[in-house]
Design a protein around this ligand. Structure first.
Ligand SMILES: [Zn+2]
Length: 172
């Protein structure tokens, strides 16, 4: 393909892509095809099966060892297609509180951190029609109050995790 910035011909390379487009600043998509322009330096990733990648990413977020950041919370909420009001109702907090969490203006707190992860895991189990072993243990493990570490996602993660009829999962 040609570079949308300068029109020069690009070449495709495989690399680990820092996936800022996800809204999270700590995600690496492993082994991603990226069109690189040698002329101007523009790089354009080709992210196939975006819904699958996002499911794998949300699963990794839900089990991530660090405390949830605002953007991680928002990512889980959006994967469940919940509005801020619906998420607030589930957690018995106000919509303003959810907004403050997501904008990193107030801490989510350990209880709500675990609860939204558990809600996500349950949501995913219903979608997949399977029970994920060790998910409760991973979700309820005590969290380090550190900044989030890098989350690496490869395209096979979701398929390895959700070993059911893929067509059912894809359209869930
Ligand atoms: Zn270019």
């Amino acid at each position: 393909m040609n570079c949308p910035v300068c029109g020069h011909k690009t070449k495709a390379e495989r690399m680990d892509w820092k996936y800022r487009e996800s809204g999270l600043d700590n995600v690496i998509l492993k082994n991603t095809t990226v069109h690189v322009c040698d002329e101007c330096g523009e790089k354009m990733p080709v992210i196939k099966d975006m819904p699958e990648v996002h499911k794998a990413l949300a699963y990794a977020v839900a089990q991530h060892p660090a405390s949830l950041t605002g953007p991680m919370f928002r990512f889980l909420r959006k994967q469940m297609k919940l509005t801020a009001t619906e998420a607030a109702d589930m957690l018995s907090v106000s919509k303003v509180t959810v907004s403050r969490w997501e904008n990193s203006k107030s801490p989510i707190g350990e209880t709500n951190d675990k609860l939204i992860r558990m809600i996500y895991i349950q949501f995913m189990q219903e979608k997949c029609g399977v029970v994920f072993k060790d998910s409760v243990r991973n979700v309820t493990a005590s969290r380090r109050a550190t900044k989030s570490e890098t989350i690496s996602v490869d395209r096979g993660l979701w398929k390895r995790t959700c070993k059911v009829n893929p067509s059912k999962v894809m359209h869930a």
